[in-house]
Design a binder for this molecule. Structure first.
Ligand SMILES: Nc1nc2c(ncn2[C@@H]2O[C@H](COP(=O)(O)OP(=O)(O)OP(=O)(O)O)[C@@H](O)[C@H]2O)c(=O)[nH]1
Ligand SMILES: [Mg+2]
Length: 435
């Protein structure tokens, strides 16, 4: 008789037996502290777990500068080799960024694959990309990462062949081919992404013509962005207690308390030190943040270091030119926190709100605030619309809030509260020649 419990247990054991065993390495460089390195290594362990491997040991060192050959000092590199033997590790993962030469030297010394944080994040993205655009973006980032790491005499970018972190994902078979073919593939992907970017741009213009404000949910990975979109718009976006569950944006219509509809988009999450190449490759996906009218920045209030996560998100927003888009800071997972802890977070961030996307607490206040903040973004403009341009007048009524209206000999003089986007569309009628 088969016992379902025993079956499940042995299944787990088999799965675990096949999980790669990883040694994590973190080097503290000035101006960073050992505590920062430890926190970052905890997160790296989570990233490694998400990628499907187990962190079985950790090694840290404090240095003034990385060693050019092994990143670690020679003695520490030797200690790392012994640890790898002791714990029977398959791979070492550095929290710091390894140069292709350091990676090569370490692999030679250790007789094992040596990777860095960037490779792990790329691996997770490779596993989670589903759409054509997502896959092309990940492949581009992977190839750009692997190209300088191709070596004469080895078959692939990494010494270890077969499954495992750093070997998965699109472009894997391309590792078998020479640099020229990879370069050609990169050029082809860039072309395809430009094409897909144009389609996205047209969709965006279509939405802009609809006159609806666009609100994008941003935040650290696993903060609860998809849960919030699902809760507010009754959608079925995948929610998982995993990092980077969402890579491809989803847009839904949402009605605010005043009745005005907005477009709400859920998108890829951020992490500390998100690889620059990935941000570069995901440019068109990330445009949903830089081109939004407003950002809802979701923070996991129960995270070990919410402030650090907020800063990491701001750094990425800076890099993608979304730092000028107004944001509303929302502390999520309020159901997991003591009210006093939550109150402190809110007090430290004036204007922020606490919600729980799971229980729904605080969501009415979030919608009201969003509605108010969006309205406040608009400005009062005076327009003179000739009677024959009925469509423009209808647009003012549809997209704005009319403050006053007067009828003159051949035109309607109307003062209305309008968003910048609407003012742009109506610029021919704006009095005083405002743009
Ligand atoms: N207790 C609690 N858990 C939550 C809340 N919101 C989200 N979660 C959980 O947090 C985890 C991550 O949620 P997601 O919505 O997938 O997070 P995300 O920000 O979309 O994450 P990525 O797409 O991976 O970047 C899931 O296990 C959710 O069930 C909340 O308000 N309270
Ligand atoms: Mg998500």
């Amino acid at each position: 008789m088969s016992d379902p419990y025993q079956e499940a247990l042995s299944q787990t054991l088999i799965e675990r037996a096949f999980r790669e065993r990883i040694v994590l390495v973190g080097v503290t460089l000035p101006p960073h502290s050992d505590e920062e390195t430890d926190a970052s290594l905890d997160e790296l362990a989570l990233l490694v777990d998400t990628a499907g491997a187990d962190a079985v040991a950790t090694l840290t060192q404090r240095r003034d500068a990385p060693d050019p050959a092994w990143y670690l000092g020679k003695g520490k590199a030797e200690a790392l080799r012994r640890i790898c033997l002791d714990v029977d590790a398959d791979t070492v993962v550095f929290d710091n960024e390894l140069s292709p030469a350091q990676q090569y030297n370490l692999e030679k010394l250790l007789g094992r694959t040596a990777l860095d944080r960037t490779a792990v994040i790329l691996d997770i993205f490779a596993q989670n990309a589903h759409t054509l655009e997502g896959k092309a973006q990940v492949e581009l980032a992977l190839l750009r990462y692997r190209l300088p790491r191709l070596r004469r005499g080895t078959k692939g970018a990494f010494s270890q062949q077969g499954a495992g972190i750093g070997t998965r994902g699109p472009g894997e078979t391309k590792l078998e081919v020479d640099r020229r073919r990879i370069t050609r593939r990169i050029a082809k992907l860039e072309g395809e992404l430009r094409e897909l970017g144009r389609t996205r741009e047209n969709q965006r213009k279509g939405r802009e013509r609809s006159g609806l404000s666009s609100v994008t949910i941003v935040g650290y990975t696993n903060a609860g962005k998809s849960t919030l979109l699902n809760r507010l718009t009754e959608s079925g976006v995948l929610v998982q207690d995993r990092l980077f569950a969402t890579l491809d944006p989803t847009t839904r219509r949402l009605s605010l308390p005043g009745g005005e509809p907005v477009l709400l988009t859920d998108t890829v999450g951020f992490v500390r030190r998100l690889p620059h190449g990935l941000i570069e490759a995901f440019k068109s996906t990330l445009e949903v943040a830089s081109q939004a009218d407003f950002l809802v920045h979701v923070v996991d209030a129960g995270a070990a270091d919410p402030q650090g996560q907020i800063e990491a998100v701001h750094e990425v927003l800076d890099e993608i030119d979304a730092d000028r888009v107004p944001e509303l800071l929302v502390f999520n997972k309020a159901d997991l926190l003591e009210p006093a802890t939550l109150a402190m977070l809110i007090a430290d961030h004036p204007g922020s709100l606490a919600v729980s996307a799971v229980t729904g607490e605080g969501l009415d206040a979030l919608l009201r605030t969003l509605s108010d903040r969006l309205r406040a973004l608009s400005r009062v403009v005076e327009l003179l619309i000739p009677y024959e341009n009925g469509e423009a007048l209808a647009m003012v009524h549809r997209e704005g809030e009319v403050v006053s209206i007067g009828h003159e000999e051949s035109a309607t003089r109307i003062r209305a509260r309008l968003s910048d986007a609407s003012v742009g569309r109506l610029r021919d009628y704006v009095c005083g020649g405002a743009k």
